[in-house]
Design a protein around this ligand. Structure first.
Ligand code: ARG
Length: 445
């Protein structure tokens, strides 16, 4: 092989990360070969012993990587042959690197998905703890980044708990399709040797055996799907990061970020910069890009294995690394940030957050919605022209808009009244929010 091709085609520089999965897969394969009398017991024992020792060499970082050996599969097999000669040469019986690499990646993705699920659960718990810490704090909810209606801070935090719950649901769905065993598909058509695919699948903890050897050789759906799941997590984290960057500005003043996760400026002594959140927002771009890379990589590939597939690993690994790093930092930030109720409360009467609750009071009294919307709009206009909140309108001003607007409507004015007036399931009604917090506490226990 020309050196230039060796350098061009190697994957050891990135697929060495699969060594534990490769060794686990090889031991299971050898154990199956032994049960099927394709290896004898002494041969299996020697193969298992040496593979475990090769693993410890790799653990210590003591295996020299050579591009002529292309990938981690060949490095491990060659090390085995160096130690065992012909017995080592038997390991690759009824196997191809095509089913081997797919097995290794699936084992790696399965473990990594479990890690992501655990990190998402920790993040959900951090938001849930905030619901207790910030109990009774009312914040404005925004639509179009304009003040819309008052909500409990806990209701806000639960919105993120829900998003991460859907992410965890996608992790679980994806894991089911990842956890299917390709081993024994061989190169593309299966094998004439008497293997037992169910047994190797069972040894590796797979739930099912993939049913078509041609599909096995070509399938990377599970890689794309897992990167999509990660992309959705990155999108959620990016939106949250953007929001908390805004909330921590002097202009908002809603939130104090923990200084251990912020940086300063070399020239401006007063600066506390939200770099972790900015990088979380920025790194989502890589994950989105990786999804695109995988989709384009697979587009138009004929059956079955094509060497293009070797390019699946860098975007796959990078997506997991990036999202795991973001999740590891998000949790302590959520735990340690401090909401600033004094600042938030001081401005809660700005933005007419109670206008919708007032409109709904009029509707409940029998006024058509469009009319009520118009009347409250007129009240807001009067209040705005005087620079006062709705509950400072005079009786005369109320009556001037509609004869039925007497002082009794005042009970729904102000943000606290508006919060209590919500009744629908999923709303920010304090009792409903408390029930949701209790339910989530049970679900995440
Ligand atoms: N390094 C290759 C990859 O990652 C291993 C599979 C190679 N198979 C082959 N038939 N050349 O895809």
């Amino acid at each position: 092989m020309d050196d230039r091709l060796a350098r061009f085609s190697e994957s050891i520089s990135f697929d060495h990360r699969l060594y534990k999965q490769d060794i686990r897969g090889s031991i299971a394969h050898a154990q199956m070969l032994c049960r099927q009398k394709l290896l004898n017991q002494a041969e299996f024992d020697a193969i298992q012993r040496e593979l475990l020792d090769i693993e410890s060499v790799l653990d210590r970082g003591e295996m020299p990587f050579k591009i002529e050996l292309e990938d981690i599969h060949m490095h491990i097999e060659q090390a085995l042959i160096d130690r065992l000669g012909d017995v080592g040469r038997k390991l690759h019986t009824a196997r191809s690197r095509n089913d081997q690499v797919s097995t290794d990646i699936r084992l790696w993705v399965r473990d990594s998905l479990d890690q992501v699920d655990g990190l998402l659960k920790n993040l959900q718990r951090a938001f849930l703890k905030r619901c207790i810490v910030d109990a009774n704090v009312i914040v404005p909810a925004y639509t179009h980044m304009q003040r819309a209606q008052p909500v409990l801070a806990a209701h806000y935090w639960l919105a993120y708990v829900e998003k991460f719950a859907r992410d965890r649901g996608r992790v679980a769905d994806c894991r089911r399709r990842v956890n299917v065993c390709p081993l024994g598909g061989a190169a593309v058509a299966g094998t004439s040797l008497p293997i037992d695919r169910s047994y190797s699948a069972e040894l590796l903890g797979f739930d099912e055996v993939a049913a078509n050897s041609i599909d096995i050789s070509s399938d990377r759906d599970f890689a794309v799907e897992s990167v999509f799941v990660l992309t959705m997590i990155a999108e959620h984290l990016s939106g949250w990061a953007e929001e908390w960057i805004l909330w921590s500005t002097t202009e908002f003043g809603f939130l104090k970020l923990p200084h251990a996760f912020c940086t300063g400026s070399s020239i401006m002594p007063q600066k506390v910069n939200p770099d972790t959140l900015e990088l979380t927002r920025g790194k989502s771009a890589r994950v989105i890009g990786n999804l695109q890379t995988l989709l384009v990589l697979l587009k138009g590939l004929p059956l079955a294995y094509n060497r293009d597939l070797q390019e699946d690993k860098p975007p796959l690994f990078d997506s997991f690394d990036t999202v795991i790093a973001c999740l590891e930092l998000a949790t302590p930030i959520v735990e340690q940030a401090e909401l600033q109720p004094a600042v938030i409360n001081a401005r809660l009467d700005q933005g007419y957050l109670d206008a919708t609750a007032l409109m709904e009071t009029l509707i409940a009294r029998g006024m058509p919605q469009r009319t009520a919307h118009h009347k409250v709009g007129a009240l807001v206009a009067i209040a705005k022209s005087r620079g006062v909140p709705l509950n400072e309108l005079t009786d005369a001003e109320l009556i001037s808009v509609d004869a039925t607007l007497d002082a009794s409507i005042r009970s729904t004015l102000g943000v606290a009244g508006a919060i209590k007036s919500y009744v629908s399931f999923g709303s920010s009604n304090p009792e409903l929010v408390e029930t949701q917090v209790e339910n989530w506490n049970k679900r995440l226990a």
